[in-house]
Design a protein around this ligand. Structure first.
Ligand code: NAD
Length: 453
């Protein structure tokens, strides 16, 4: 396999893909090692994760530079991702023991009752490239703390980052017998589906997630899917500062080069402030600095070459159907997978731009006449990850947020994730929950004890 720098299109490294025998061998190592890891007291397992947390800080320069080189996010954003990853790991360090401890539910009478939380066993984690440290931590850390063995498949676009995660876990005292990394593209992920894992935890696209869900259904093992989105942001006419709101929306669209699962993908603006909002948004968008992600820029390259064409075709579909291009719209004329931050107005839901996930720094801004119209458009999607409302009136915003069929709602913020809150998608955005105490319990199965005598 060739690991390519998306900013320069140069080869970073060649690496061998695992074949089925190798993957099977890794599975067998984990199968043998998992009971021993589960027998280690939870405090000792957490002690390993504390050392891992410290390494994330100590080695951050190398970790951030590796990530930026192989997937193209601006370097400062790689540091931000590592800060976020440490916060998530810290949440699991602080909270796991409490939620994994046995729970007495009936302590008096002839029969006493308690719940014991057993690990699932050997779990597969098939992961995405856009935030490999963050989405990796969501699964790897709580799974290991709960006593599972983990077979981690980093995305083929962030293999070197995945290898750093494995190396640091081993340096932290996590045995190789309970953590293994498999290297390769989708075909190697497919091998994992053929092996008898005790759980599957997937982060990636709806298309792959659905395929995996169907393929493993008959195994009847726990599985979770964190998938894509088409997340709306609605600006009400009472926002106090239109420029500030436009800046926040713009950041939600373009952060991570627009490749966030919860990126703002469509904007609705009340007609009373539409023109002012659009002109502020466009003005700020035109000031964004595009360039090498190793420099202090706002926008680097996309991670995948084919995504440039995909976005250009979405833009063409929109303009063919009457959208007005107000900024960007072209591939940037330098080596690498760059596309200009793009703004389209006069859009509607006949356009792919407003209905299918873009995953790039491209957005359509649509005018609405009322909150009801905004709600109807926001709900007109196959996805259900997040939805944001900007307004000075919480009750008015909440009337919209309550109607959203999504896992996360935001008032006067967007494109954020908290370790203390459940992260889940509805509809085509996924199934199951990571983060929060629910994302700790996702990696265990309850055993009911009936105790007499
Ligand atoms: P992808 O579906 O292309 O790939 C995800 C992983 O699946 C990769 O490791 C890939 O090698 C593997 N894979 C591909 N085919 C497979 C197969 N047949 N069997 C087993 N494994 C297979 O997704 P991606 O491009 O890596 O990630 C981008 C998508 O992920 C976007 O849609 C984004 O919204 C979503 N995402 C969601 C969240 C969330 O928390 N909801 C977080 C990050 C990314």
């Amino acid at each position: 396999m060739h690991i390519i720098n998306p900013a320069t299109e140069e080869l970073i490294q060649e690496i061998a893909e695992d074949d089925f025998q190798k993957v099977k061998g890794k599975f067998e190592i984990l199968k043998k090692g998992q009971p021993q890891w589960a027998a280690v007291p939870v405090e000792k397992r957490i002690a390993c994760i504390k050392r891992f947390h410290a390494l994330l800080e100590e080695q951050k320069k190398d970790l951030a530079e590796t990530l930026t080189r192989e997937m193209g996010k601006p370097l400062q954003q790689s540091y931000n991702e590592l800060n976020g990853a440490r916060a998530r790991v810290q949440y699991f360090i602080d909270n796991s023991a409490k939620y994994l401890a046995e729970e007495w539910v009936v302590t008096e009478g002839a029969t006493r009752e308690k719940i014991v939380y057993d690990p699932l066993g050997v779990v597969a984690n098939i992961s995405a490239w856009n935030y490999p440290y963050l989405v990796g931590m969501n699964v790897i850390i709580p799974a290991l703390i709960a006593g599972n063995a983990v077979c981690y498949k980093p995305s083929e676009y962030t293999i070197l980052t995945g290898m750093h995660i494995a190396r640091m876990l081993y340096e932290s005292g996590v045995p190789e017998a309970c953590f293994q990394t498999v290297i390769g593209k989708g075909a190697v992920g497919e091998y994992l589906l053929q092996l008898p894992f005790d759980g599957y935890f997937f982060t990636g696209s709806y298309k792959t997630g659905k395929y995996i869900a169907e393929k493993i259904a008959s195994k009847l093992v726990p599985s979770q899917f964190e998938l894509g989105g088409k997340d709306p942001l609605y600006v009400m006419d009472d926002v106090e500062d239109i420029d500030k709101t436009a800046a926040a929306a713009l950041e939600g669209v373009v952060y991570n080069n627009g490749q966030s699962c919860c990126a703002v993908e469509r904007i609705y603006v009340h007609e009373k402030i539409y023109d002012r909002f659009v002109s502020s948004y466009v003005e700020q968008s035109k000031k964004l600095k595009i360039g090498s992600p190793m420099e202090p820029v706002d926008i680097g390259p996309l991670s995948r070459k084919e995504q440039v064409q995909f976005l250009l075709s979405q833009i063409k579909d929109a303009t063919d159907k009457g959208a007005v291009l107000l900024a960007g719209g072209k591939k940037s004329d330098r080596a690498g997978y760059y596309i200009e931050p793009t703004v389209l107005a006069n859009v509607n839901h006949q356009m792919k731009l407003m209905t299918e996930e873009s995953f790039g720094p491209v957005v359509g801004i649509q005018k609405v006449a009322s909150d009801d119209e905004a709600v109807q458009l926001m709900l007109d999607t196959e996805y259900g990850l997040t939805a944001a409302v900007y307004s000075k009136d919480f009750d008015r915003a909440d009337a919209v947020m309550r109607k959203m069929n999504v896992g996360t709602v935001y008032w006067n913020c967007c494109d954020r994730v908290s370790a203390a809150l459940p992260w889940s998608g509805r509809k085509n955005s996924g199934l199951g929950t990571t983060l929060s105490y629910q994302g700790i319990r996702a990696f265990v199965q309850p055993k009911a004890y009936h105790i007499r005598g």
